[in-house]
Design a protein around this ligand. Sequence first.
Ligand SMILES: NC(=O)c1ccc[n+]([C@@H]2O[C@H](COP(=O)([O-])OP(=O)(O)OC[C@H]3O[C@@H](n4cnc5c(N)ncnc54)[C@H](O)[C@@H]3O)[C@@H](O)[C@H]2O)c1
Length: 374
Amino acid sequence: MKDAAVPFRVVLVGCGKAGQRFLRALRYGACAERYLVTGLVDPMVDRLESVKGEANAYTDLATALEAERPDVAVVCVNEEFHWEALRKVLACRSIRHVVCEKPLTKDMAELQALGPAVWEKPVSVNFCERYSYIMDDYRDWLREHDAEVSRIEFFWGKYRVRDPRPTMGVLSELSHPLDLARVLLASPASELLELSAASSTFSDFSVTGLPAADDVSVTGSIDGVLVSGKSSFLWDERKRRIVVYACQKESGNTWQVVLNFDAPRWDDDSMVVYEINPCGGERQKVAEKRYRSSDLDPQVRHINKLYRYLLEVADTLAERGRSPRFADAADARWAQVALDEVASLAGDENTRGRYAALFGPEVSLTERKIEAEA
Ligand SMILES: NC(=O)c1ccc[n+]([C@@H]2O[C@H](COP(=O)([O-])OP(=O)(O)OC[C@H]3O[C@@H](n4cnc5c(N)ncnc54)[C@H](O)[C@@H]3O)[C@@H](O)[C@H]2O)c1
């Protein structure tokens, strides 16, 4: 049955890197049949002009919402502007679904300030790794082997020093592996992250020049399973890896499941499973799944997970398909609570004080470089 409202009218807010990835996905294939991007919003007029195509261009969101009466808003502005954009799109009567880049808001206070509106309209957050094919392989493998997860380690970061895009800091990056860890555990949003330790470093790495967290380490548990890992914006290259330990109670078999995302290019995802010998810990590879972006249709290459996410949003709008796997408002809130906990434990005066005793009140990456060169 065809939805009378198809194609859904879309206003996309923020036409930077993330926004342009969304645009590509919205304008391709089955997405293009279900969505019509009618309005684009960004204060950068040159950027708007270069991507607008058939859409109307606006520098003001309220004007765009008033003129376009969209069904869907896609919010891809920098994190510090999420709240303001969300407030406006949630108040727009025509909106039937809000797609938002992660994290939903910069912190919990902003989420609370959105009030009940965020629970009244369908909202989802772009934790797009949920749409990797290896997530299906992982679930199948766990089920086939009757395996239970006993521990999760993650490494999630990249190089973002003086990147021209303003950022709230590495907690934005950390939201991905935290969300994924909970999905890998199939744990409900009611089970909060129990944090036992977190530490962070701060520097002027961001283009804003203001001190922000650039690196964070976290140890805690979800549903009683130990989860620990690290996120950074100071690594030499992108790394998005989750290592899951799983065991089968009756046989005592133990496995290490290594999930790699976007390595080396977006959508180059892999899952490798090793069986661990209890005597000596020797590992034997027992399963391997690899997906190459080069095998995908070029039009959807490097945006495949995003494309699948958008198709599922369209299915829910048309009340079709199975229950969606996207991160909804409850999932977004879970991540927000976890990030706030990490921020208060890792960024408190005590941590900063100890850090300052070692390196001075704030580390300036650029000054250090100048010192080193002098
Ligand atoms: N899910 C992912 O894997 C992923 C990857 C990269 C970025 N992101 C997220 O995407 C968001 C944007 O990041 P980016 O890398 O695209 O940054 P960007 O700087 O490239 O783009 C942001 C755009 O928003 C515009 N903007 C700012 N204020 C606006 C407003 N009030 N109204 C309309 N437009 C406005 C800016 O002019 C800019 O063009 C962030 O939340 C970031 O965390 C997510």
